[in-house]
Design a protein around this ligand. Structure first.
Ligand code: GCU
Length: 342
């Protein structure tokens, strides 16, 4: 009996993990809501490494509701927040294999699949939020976003994550202030080089490990936006947040390629349209979230420091040349992005 049950569990898991079952099945093998599973509903499991109060979570939850409604229940989004399914590198691999269907990951993670992605995550490549929005909605990224198909996923859209700034145990107002400071960066070569050019020591690491690493003195600090700084309570271990504004790195919404390409034309049209709306909507809610986060951080003793960004901008210029020299497509993409600056 035990063996039969084990066998059954394995079959149910295999169907669920392959993402190709027609029947909606929860990962633990139980039918959703305890009722007989509804025929024809495909659950899109999306991995998210931040909390339910993050603006991207709210926008995605609304996207999911609309998707379910407009596809008349053919697709249903299930978000797994708080890095429950692993860090961004791990979840991008789960999307590749089809074990889960979607994930939100920072651009540097995808750069490891196609180097051209580094262009849209370069320091100071966007002049403003307006510029970045224009880049995300104008269609200049369509080719890039489809280029990872051979890796098993495509990029369905990009969310803003505002601007990133350095935080540590003292104000950082010049590149010299960062000398010898190990600052955590997202996991890519470009991110490491960027922080090195800025004057410090770039240290790639998963986001979930940063708090303890700073606490134990393995790192002197990190760099991130205000929302994540507060979401992860990093103000407790690094109370000076200096407005270097060095990055506006996109978050990318990955979807398994086989699943996306297998959608009916009608469903793909709905998916794409709702995703575009979500991208625009997320820009709208982002600035409110930043203001709210700053208040929480200040109430908890953090200090926000104004910075003259010019020396940092000058320092990272060689990185623009290095990244665009990699391929003609990288250079063309860079020019297209810059052409949209006003
Ligand atoms: C931001 C971004 C995340 C990313 C994180 C990081 O919070 O929105 O997608 O994981 O930075 O620094 O790793």
């Amino acid at each position: 009996m035990k063996r039969i049950l084990l066998g059954l569990t394995a079959v149910v898991l295999a169907i669920s993990v392959a993402g190709c079952g027609k029947t909606e099945v929860k990962d633990d093998g139980a039918a959703a809501n305890g009722a007989p599973a509804s025929v024809g509903t495909k659950t899109l499991k999306l991995a998210f490494n931040q909390s339910e109060s993050h603006p991207q979570y709210k926008v995605l939850a609304e996207f999911g509701e609309k998707l379910e409604q407009e596809t008349e229940g053919a697709y249903k989004l299930e978000i797994a927040p708080n890095a429950l399914l692993g860090d961004q590198r791990a979840t991008s691999e789960l999307v590749q294999s089809g074990a889960i269907q979607m994930s939100v990951v920072g651009n540097p993670i995808v750069e490891n699949f196609n180097k051209d992605f580094a262009v849209i995550g370069l320091p100071y490549v966007y002049d403003s939020m307006e510029h970045q929005k224009e880049v995300f909605v104008s269609g200049v990224l369509d080719e890039l976003f489809g280029s990872t198909r051979s890796n098993g996923f495509v990029v369905a859209g990009a969310f803003t994550a505002g601007s990133r700034n350095v935080y540590t145990d003292k104000p950082i107002t010049t590149p010299q202030d960062l000398a010898g400071y190990k600052i955590r960066v997202m996991e890519s070569d470009t991110m490491k080089k960027m922080l090195d050019y800025m004057g410090g020591v770039g240290t790639p690491m998963a986001q979930s490990e940063v708090y303890t690493a700073v606490q134990q003195g393995v790192l002197e600090g990190g760099e991130n936006n205000e929302v994540t700084y507060v979401d992860l309570k990093h103000y407790e271990i690094a109370p000076f947040f200096s407005n270097t504004q060095h990055l506006m790195v996109p978050d990318l919404i990955l979807i398994n390629a086989k699943l996306y390409d297998g959608m009916s034309e009608e469903h793909r049209e709905i998916f794409d349209r709702l995703m575009k709306e979500a991208v625009v909507q997320e820009f709208e809610v982002w600035s409110d979230s930043v203001e709210a986060a700053k208040k929480v951080a200040t109430d908890n003793g953090a200090t926000f420091v104004e910075v003259d960004i010019k020396p940092f901008q000058d320092n990272v210029k060689p990185l623009h040349d290095e990244v665009t020299a990699v391929s003609e497509s990288a250079k063309a993409l860079y020019d297209a992005v810059r052409a949209l600056a006003r």
